[in-house]
Write a protein that binds this ligand. Sequence first.
Ligand SMILES: Nc1ncnc2c1ncn2[C@@H]1O[C@H](COP(=O)(O)OP(=O)(O)O)[C@@H](O)[C@H]1O
Ligand SMILES: [Mg+2]
Length: 264
Amino acid sequence: MLSVSGLKKVYQVDAGEIEAVRNLTFDIDAGELVCIVGPSGAGKTTLLKCISGLLAPTAGTVTLAGKQVTEPPKAMAVVFQEYGRSLFPWMTVRDNVELPLKNQRVPRAERETLVNEALAAVELGHVPDSYPWQLSGGMQQRVAIARAVAYRPQVLLMDEPFAAVDAQTRADLEDLIRSIWKKLGVTILFVTHDIDESVYLGQRVIVLSNSPTVVQEDLAIDLPDERDQLSTRSSARFGELRGHVYEQIQLAKSKAQTGAVRVK
Ligand SMILES: Nc1ncnc2c1ncn2[C@@H]1O[C@H](COP(=O)(O)OP(=O)(O)O)[C@@H](O)[C@H]1O
Ligand SMILES: [Mg+2]
């Protein structure tokens, strides 16, 4: 479904060049839920911008269903961390969710069905006429998710979408993502800096090194498909997996340090 090959991104800045992503290669099958975890500054947002066609890679390619991505593909939707800035405050919840469908000239009756289904999926069917600023942070992020889901993308990209909400809301939203994923069969690439979140959500976790970034490990998460916050997170296997991911990230850091010493 989605293929990233030899991806490299170097930013040109006044002081010279910043190599944000060195060399990333991985594939995601249709219907998979894959998490990418890496420390802050590892190039996760850069990677998602390249995948979604918002930013041109310096080298390497991104292909979606066999076609190279050179501009934002219609079959992709992105949910960003800053939901506050991604919703239009002067539009109701319903109008926010409907907007991309209008832009795609989806017929009115079909739009209404898609919007209602998406709002129901995120449990916001009762507030279609509210404005974003009347809602809590977690609810606003659910509107952003509904907007992405209503669009029926083949691939849903999420960039640390829950980093700005409180812990309880975050747990609810994580479960919401798994339930939407199961219901709609959409392919999800979920980026986070939170190791526990990556293990809890993913069928697979791709561990990134810190910048300049490479894939440190691609790990299958062999937890049962039915997950819940209490029993999954307290299971022995969950503890092993999160310990393993933690070790890999530490390893990536120490490698980077060794590299720095060698330069000196
Ligand atoms: N537009 C930009 N211009 C220059 N450097 C950037 C730009 N965006 C990100 N970077 C740099 O690239 C690196 C990776 O950033 P980013 O992709 O935002 O990482 P993450 O999302 O993992 O925190 C950082 O060193 C950051 O400072
Ligand atoms: Mg980021």
